[in-house]
Ligand binder design. Structure first.
Ligand code: SAH
Ligand code: SF4
Ligand code: F3S
Length: 444
């Protein structure tokens, strides 16, 4: 019987992509996936360090995994527990100090080493926990095996790392300096995914619009160039790219929103705060005015384009007046979706040691106010969609028989009664009702 692996993924889409690449690697080695942790010979946690809560979740999950490891040992079964991702890069040896039963821990840039590490542990060549948090000279993407299509919607990492050093953020430390994959490598992977059934491709990067990969002739190319090349792939129906940094949106990229018909009319462009004073303290290279100008240009290029964003409330020094400016920007842009967070102090980042930290109670209140406003706009937009006909990419079965759930061009979830074999297809649907979080419709 082949050995089984179980992977739990926390955090961002980059982690989801990484987990799928690790899974492909394990499958290549003859392992099989299981969704039940108790059956797994290998348990891997792919972790996130962005906020305190995300990191703490890992240690409670590890405690549970340890109990299962002990139970299985009584039945004579070996269980290898591994940790990957940003917590590993940040905590390094601390992980095995806190959880000595962890057999291996690898940072985000070292996933291609996992197969070898597993081999050593299984053959008892590694008696101690193995920890690898190098920032290697070569890219993991050159060593991971070919990936399989993940269904009709696939992620494709084109860029990794960040040079922006926003003062609150751990990502530049956990993912290292910006790296862009060569154009040819991205295109090969994109073509393979489309041949395997992908209709929607989401090009990923921590700072995706600073992409500057080399083309086939060694020339540096930007994200706009890459998008145009990807858009030429036969059979591809939808393109998205995530996450962009406002100061790096150039005119070439803006033009793509006019020129590329399959580029979806929905863009995640985090502003974080509406106050220029706070944006400066965050070390963001844009003001709220710069941001508004970029959105205006984008919406001129494609009048159907709608925006989403990330927000942080309670950044050190944020006053009521600063917070009011965040609400102001929401009222101007009318985001159709957004993620909002209370500022979380992360050790090693400049903002963590700023003196003017905001009280937890104030953060909580501001978050509630902001989320109310964001939900209002989200609900309003969903309601505006009622009566419209939209192409919907059906991704999964719904709760009721004969019902499928899919995604609209605006990333809204939509429920529709249709035949089961429409899964992984795009069908035209007339929207009949809407709530804050989803739409329902009728196939036409
Ligand atoms: N590279 C992307 C996403 C980074 S992480 C970008 O630049 O937008 C995703 C979001 O987490 C960020 O946009 C930010 O809103 C939030 N975030 C990052 N660090 C945080 C912290 N210390 N506390 C609270 N939220 C944080
Ligand atoms: Fe973090 Fe800022 Fe880089 Fe985004 S741009 S990953 S928030 S440092
Ligand atoms: Fe989290 Fe690392 Fe992504 S910290 S948000 S998993 S880049």
């Amino acid at each position: 019987m082949s050995k089984k692996y179980f992977i739990k993924t926390y955090g961002c889409q980059m982690n989801v992509y990484d987990s799928s690449r690790i899974a492909d690697m394990l499958k290549n080695q003859g392992y099989e996936e299981t969704l039940c942790q108790k059956d797994a010979d290998i348990v891997l946690f792919n972790t996130c360090h962005i906020r305190e809560k995300a990191a703490e979740k890992l240690f409670s999950d590890l405690g549970r995994a340890h109990l299962i490891q002990l139970e299985r040992a009584e039945q004579g079964k070996q269980t290898i527990i591994g940790v990957a991702g940003c917590v590993v890069q940040a905590e390094d040896e601390q992980i095995v100090k806190r959880a000595p039963y962890v057999n291996f821990a690898v940072g985000p840039l070292m996933y291609h080493k996992i197969a070898g590490i597993l081999h050593d542990i299984e053959n008892k060549n590694a008696k101690e926990s193995v920890i690898n948090t190098e920032f290697p000279a070569d890219s993991k993407f050159d060593f991971l095996p070919e990936n399989k299509s993940q269904g009709a919607c696939s992620f494709l990492a084109v860029q990794e790392g960040c040079n922006n050093f926003c003062t609150y953020c751990v990502v530049p430390y956990t993912r290292g300096a910006e790296y862009s994959r060569p154009v040819a490598q991205v295109l090969t992977e994109a073509r393979r995914l489309v041949a395997g059934g992908t209709l929607e491709l989401n090009l990923l990067g921590q700072n995706v619009n600073s992409y500057h990969g080399e083309d086939e002739n060694g020339k540096e190319r930007n994200l706009a160039y890459l998008l145009r090349r990807v858009a030429e792939i036969d059979g591809l129906k939808r393109i998205r790219y995530t996450t962009s940094y406002p100061a790096d949106v150039d005119d070439d990229l803006i033009a793509c929103h006019k020129d590329i018909a399959i580029l979806m009319p929905y863009l995640h462009l985090p502003i974080q705060s509406g106050s220029d004073r706070i944006l400066k303290a965050m070390n963001r290279r844009h003001t709220s005015g710069d941001y508004l100008k970029v959105v205006e240009k984008l919406q001129k290029a494609n009048p159907d384009l709608r925006m989403s964003s990330d927000f942080i409330v309670g950044f050190p020094g944020e006053t009521d007046d600063d917070f009011a400016k965040t609400l102001e920007i929401v009222n101007k842009i009318k985001y159709i979706q957004a993620f909002s967070f209370k500022y979380s102090r992360r050790a090693g980042t400049p903002a963590a040691v700023m003196e003017n930290q905001v009280e937890e109670k104030v953060k909580k209140e501001r978050l509630a106010v902001l989320q109310d406003l964001l939900f209002d706009y989200q609900t309003k937009f969903n309601q505006e969609c009622v009566g419209k006909v939209m192409p919907v990419l059906l991704e999964q079965k719904g709760r009721h028989k004969g019902q499928l759930i899919g995604r609209t061009p605006y990333m809204q979830n939509l429920h529709v009664e249709t035949k089961d074999d429409n899964i992984n297809k795009i069908i035209e649907v007339k929207v009949t009702s809407a709530t804050t979080n989803s739409l329902s419709g009728k196939e036409i």
